[in-house]
Design a protein around this ligand. Structure first.
Ligand SMILES: [Ca+2]
Length: 471
């Protein structure tokens, strides 16, 4: 027999195995940080926080340098991830329960609190393909803002859920399972996530691990706080040892789950994603809070600027993503939905989603996605001191529409990532075309707009703000 014939024979003999290998459904592990800004990992530019597990993940996968959360605050970003739809389309546009600003200049729309049951969540869609799903950590999609009947992850297609136990300043206040009073919540949740991997190793699964860190209260484990206090450099952008300790604990938790995947022989068949639900919190009531810094980006959580929505993002799809590559294509939270479904082989054309599958850029990080622009819509006031806005990014350009002034600002992110120079006046043509794309999108998704507030009262509004500050 000739050599070529032998090779063909061998290939034919093993082809059922090859087919199986190709068709084996990957597991999904999605890590979602809470309020971690764009420069919040060492591999994304922190000069204090150490994140060796996530940095290793970045070396093994694709680092997205223009990744965005779907909103500048928690709940809408989470709703977008889990439904694949823009928060504006869901009318779920603020953190639940949101801000009450009865005397502000604009009246905020009557928005949707809570994830509605007619939405097909990622867990429900994956169930059709034989997946089991677990939610560990922060959900933030209950109508009341806290726990409530019928709106838990298990009421939205998840098979298993673990919430944070009773805690104060991120430390348990009583015994919970094998953890005791004084233990750190992230360690508890990591142990619960590891249990999911150990118990579900034989089925395709989706593990959604949503951290409570580094959200406020900014309070880390004492030994880590001491360690980081000694590492802060003069003039470094990151100066808060508690925040650093929280990021460190988050990274350790990621390491525990990745270790469990390795130990169970699942690492080569598990897609691992890490990202954040919004930018780092940098100010409260208009004043810097000293928690973190998203520079070179402008501002942070709650604001219209890049610091509010640009987040670190890493995706490792074993055997597909080229190790240690960067992808500069703009991507946004809703994209995970279509991405996971494509990877799992679910093709339900009926699902109306706003995200696109990232599979093309995971195969080739230099590729471009077929998408004209991405959008944000936050018709709300935020405690940081920011007002209602919408924004659009198309390639290098970003336009912000501020509702209070009904004015637009235009930035070129390539030459000006910090959004320092408003080019709207010198480039009216670009501003006009971007504004028209934004308007078209708002009407397409049925975005709710703020209106003039008949009860607007500057004095009473300041009084409300002053009371909130005191609390
Ligand atoms: Ca958040």
């Amino acid at each position: 027999m000739k050599r070529d014939s032998i090779i063909i024979l061998v290939l034919l003999l093993f082809s059922p195995l090859l087919t199986f290998a190709v068709e084996a459904k990957p597991n999904f592990v999605l890590f979602l940080a809470d309020d971690l800004g764009w420069t919040g990992l060492s591999s994304f530019g922190s000069d204090l926080y150490e994140t060796p597990n996530l940095d290793r993940l970045a070396e093994q996968g694709v680092k997205f340098t223009n990744a965005y959360a779907a909103c500048t605050v928690c709940s809408p970003s989470r709703a977008a991830i889990i439904t694949g739809k823009y928060p504006a389309r869901l009318h779920l546009t603020d953190f639940i329960a949101g801000q009450n600003r009865p005397f502000a200049k604009l009246k905020i729309p009557d928005w949707q609190k809570g994830l509605q049951h007619d939405e097909i969540t990622l867990a429900e869609a994956l169930k059709e393909a034989g997946y089991k799903s677990a939610h560990v950590g922060k959900w933030h999609l209950h109508p009341s803002g806290g726990k409530s009947e019928d709106f838990d992850p298990v009421d939205h297609g998840f098979d298993h859920q673990v919430f944070k136990p009773v805690s104060k300043n991120n430390f348990l206040t009583k015994t919970s399972g094998e953890f005791s009073k004084g233990d750190f919540i992230t360690d508890y949740l990591a142990a619960e996530a590891v249990k999911v991997v150990d118990q579900w190793k034989d089925d395709p699964f989706f593990l959604y691990f949503a951290f409570h860190v580094p959200h406020t209260p900014v309070s880390g484990k004492a030994e880590l706080v001491d360690e980081y206090a000694g590492k802060i450099q003069t003039n470094a952008k990151h100066q808060n040892p508690h925040y650093a300790a929280m990021v460190h604990s988050m990274d350790e938790a990621v390491g525990s789950v990745l270790g469990a995947l390795e130990r169970n022989g699942l690492a080569e068949n598990t897609v691992v994603v890490f990202t954040s639900d919004n930018g780092g919190l940098t100010q409260r009531f208009g004043k810097l809070d000293g928690f973190t810094d998203n520079s070179p980006l402008r501002r942070g959580k709650g604001s219209a600027y890049e610091g509010g929505v640009r987040v670190p993002q890493i995706i490792k799809w074993p055997g597909v993503t080229p190790a240690g590559t960067d992808c500069s294509e703009p991507v946004i939270g809703m994209d995970f939905y279509s991405t996971f479904l494509e990877m799992a082989g679910v093709t339900d054309e009926q699902k109306q989603v706003d995200g696109v599958s990232l599979v093309p850029v995971l195969r080739n990080p230099g590729a471009e996605l077929k998408r004209e622009a991405i959008f944000w819509h936050y018709p709300h006031y935020h405690a940081g001191g920011d007002g209602p806005y919408s924004a659009v990014r198309a390639r290098d350009w970003r336009l912000i529409h501020s509702f209070e002034e009904d004015s637009v600002s235009l930035y070129n992110l390539k030459s000006d990532p910090g959004e320092k120079s408003d080019l709207a006046a010198e480039n009216p043509g670009k501003a006009e075309s971007m504004f028209s794309i934004l308007n078209e999108w708002r009407s397409k998704v049925g975005a709710q707009l703020p209106e003039a507030n008949a009860a607007h009262d500057l004095k009473r509004e300041s009084e409300v703000q002053r009371k909130k500050k005191k609390k």
